[in-house]
Structures are given as structure tokens and as C-alpha cells.
Design a protein around this ligand. Structure first.
Ligand SMILES: Nc1ncnc2c1ncn2[C@@H]1O[C@H](COP(=O)(O)OP(=O)(O)OP(=O)(O)O)[C@@H](O)[C@H]1O
Ligand SMILES: [Mg+2]
Length: 295
């Protein structure tokens, strides 16, 4: 078997809150070059925290205390902070959940899009402007001049997310973290945006760590999946395998809670309390073992 080159490899990553509790519990996952890896779990599971650890923007007080993050063969922990920021700036990008808060309300769209290319990556201004125009066409924006000159509030939510998607792909990153990129949008727009991300992903061969709480989205977009609960990966599998034969009781419960995965007409099922009790035991066992190993 030939090993597929890995874009991202996270190994036994633990992060703690100021009180010493772990918010990520020995998380391991791999994202192959050019694949979409979904990170799925309920609110508070630690999905965004994994993305933040990778991008080097953990909230104040949250610390990576163990584990490794390897981006295209380079272990990020071995780099000095400035070198780490440079590598992340050059190889990764973020598509955020809320396009409005991700944009500066008092600046026009054009300069906000070119900033990253000129300031962080050192592109000449004219090349950055040309690239942004190309990218706006790729995300099917027909009036680039109007959009470039607009302030964020002058665009619809869907348009703003197109702009941020264009900006994310502009510098040809190897890996994009897409953190619930459709959650803040209207349902009809969600579908278009999801299709757009999938299209660009294929065309550019970009790997994506796709954060979502929606198994329907996972099925549409991803090749592999990690199911997260309480900062713990409870199951990892290629997407078709996960849907055909989910192994963990929590994965099964999530599927049962996603109506379109069972019967479209059935109501949303809460996760079974026996499953939650089982998970609490797993979390406790993992923490006990971790504390024993770390004194
Ligand atoms: N700034 C912070 N300081 C301390 N704890 C935080 C901070 N941000 C998040 N947390 C905690 O870390 C845990 C994981 O949060 P995270 O934002 O990664 O969840 P998530 O899976 O992305 O959830 P959601 O679907 O709601 O976005 C949660 O228990 C949350 O309360
Ligand atoms: Mg989140």
C-alpha cells in the first residue's frame, strides 16, 4: 500500500483551560493532501478549538500542553513563533462561521481581500488586485467592481461568505479550516455555498478541515470524518464507512438525531442518556489515565 501524503497530522493533542481541565483530550487525526476531513460533534465538543490550535490562535488561557501538529511534514512545535506564523500564513487559510464579524465594517471589501496577499505574503499590490478579481469570478460574483468598492454591510450574507471564500483560496493554501461556514446563512444559500466550497476544493486540490455539527453536510462534502465528543475523538473513519457501519454508540446516536439520515419525517431525537453516561465514563477513564501519566 502506498502511503498517501499527509497535509495535516495531529498527534495526541491535549489543551487545557486555566483551571487545568482538558478541553482537547489527546486528539489525533490525519488529513490527506487534497481531501476534505470533517470534524463533527455537538456544540462545545472542541471542534473550533482544534482549528484554533492548528492556526495558532487559541484563546487566552487555553494552552496546548501536549501533542504535535504537523503541517506538510513540518512539526509546528519545533518552529520559533515568527516562523510558525509565517508557515501558517503561507499554507493555511480560514473560512469563518460568521462572515459579517470576520470583516472590518469600516473598510471596503477590496482592500480587505488584498491585505493578506500584500501584507502577509508580500505580493505586489497590482498582482494582489488581479488575483482578487480572478477569485471573485471563481466564486461567481458578476459585478466585481461593485463588490470591491462595497462596505461589508452593503452585501448579503451569502455574498459576504463568497468574498471570504475567494479570499481564503486566493493564495492557494494547502489547507483551509472551514469552521461552520454555512451555519450563519439562510438554508437556500447554505446549499449554494457548500457546493461552491466543494467545487473550489476540487479545482484547487486544497485539503479542508471542515467543522460542522451537521451529518448531512458531512455526507455531502467529506471523504473522511472524526467524530468529537468532549474534546475526544470517539470515532475516525472514511466517510462512506462511517455512514455504512458507524461503530461508536455516540456516532449512531448522532445519526439517529439527524432526521434526514433515518426517516425524513421523524423528529429530532435527543442523544440517549445511556450513551451519554457511557461517554462520561470514557472521558473519566481518559482523564484518569492522562493524570497518571502526567503526575
Ligand atoms: N475562550 C475560551 N476560554 C475558555 N474556554 C473556552 C473558550 N472558548 C471555548 N471554550 C470551551 O471549550 C470547549 C470547546 O469549545 P469549542 O468552541 O471548540 O466548541 P465547538 O465544538 O466548536 O462548539 P460549537 O459548535 O458551539 O461552535 C467548550 O466547552 C467551551 O466552553
Ligand atoms: Mg465552534
Amino acid at each position: 500500500m502506498t502511503a498517501q501524503p499527509l497535509c495535516l497530522s495531529i498527534g495526541a493533542l491535549s489543551a487545557t483551560l486555566p483551571n487545568g481541565d482538558r478541553v482537547l483530550r489527546s486528539v489525533s487525526l490525519d488529513v490527506a493532501a487534497g481531501e476534505v476531513h470533517a470534524l463533527v460533534g455537538e456544540s462545545g465538543a472542541g471542534k473550533s478549538m482544534i482549528g484554533k490550535a492548528l492556526l495558532g490562535v487559541l484563546p487566552p488561557g487555553v494552552r496546548q500542553v501536549e501533542g504535535s501538529i504537523t503541517l506538510e511534514g513540518t512539526r509546528l512545535e519545533t518552529l520559533a513563533p515568527a516562523a510558525r506564523r509565517r508557515l501558517i500564513g503561507a499554507r493555511t487559510a480560514l473560512i469563518p462561521q460568521d462572515p459579517l464579524t470576520a470583516l472590518n465594517p469600516s473598510r471596503r471589501i477590496g482592500p480587505q481581500m488584498t491585505d493578506r496577499l500584500t501584507h502577509i505574503l508580500g505580493w505586489p499590490a497590482a498582482s494582489a488586485r488581479a488575483r482578487i478579481r480572478e477569485m471573485l469570478a471563481e466564486v461567481h460574483i458578476r459585478e466585481p467592481d461593485r463588490v470591491i468598492a462595497a462596505y461589508p454591510h452593503e452585501l448579503s450574507g451569502g455574498m459576504r461568505q463568497r468574498v471570504l471564500i475567494a479570499a481564503a483560496f486566493a493564495a492557494e493554501p494547502r489547507l483551509i479550516v472551514a469552521d461552520e461556514p454555512t451555519t450563519a446563512l439562510d438554508v437556500t444559500v447554505q446549499k449554494q455555498i457548500l457546493r461552491l466550497i466543494a467545487d473550489l476544493q476540487r479545482r484547487h486540490g486544497t485539503a479542508i478541515l471542515f467543522v460542522t455539527h451537521d451529518l448531512g453536510v458531512v455526507a455531502k462534502i467529506s471523504q473522511s470524518v472524526s467524530v468529537l465528543y468532549a474534546g475526544m475523538v470517539v470515532e475516525r473513519a472514511p466517510a462512506p464507512e462511517l455512514f455504512a457501519t458507524p461503530r461508536h454508540a455516540y456516532t449512531k446516536a448522532l445519526m439517529a438525531a439527524t432526521p434526514r439520515y433515518t426517516h425524513p419525517a421523524s423528529s429530532l431525537q435527543p442523544v440517549n442518556s445511556a450513551v451519554l453516561a457511557e461517554l462520561a465514563l470514557e472521558v473519566r477513564a481518559a482523564d484518569t489515565e492522562w493524570k497518571r501519566a502526567h503526575g
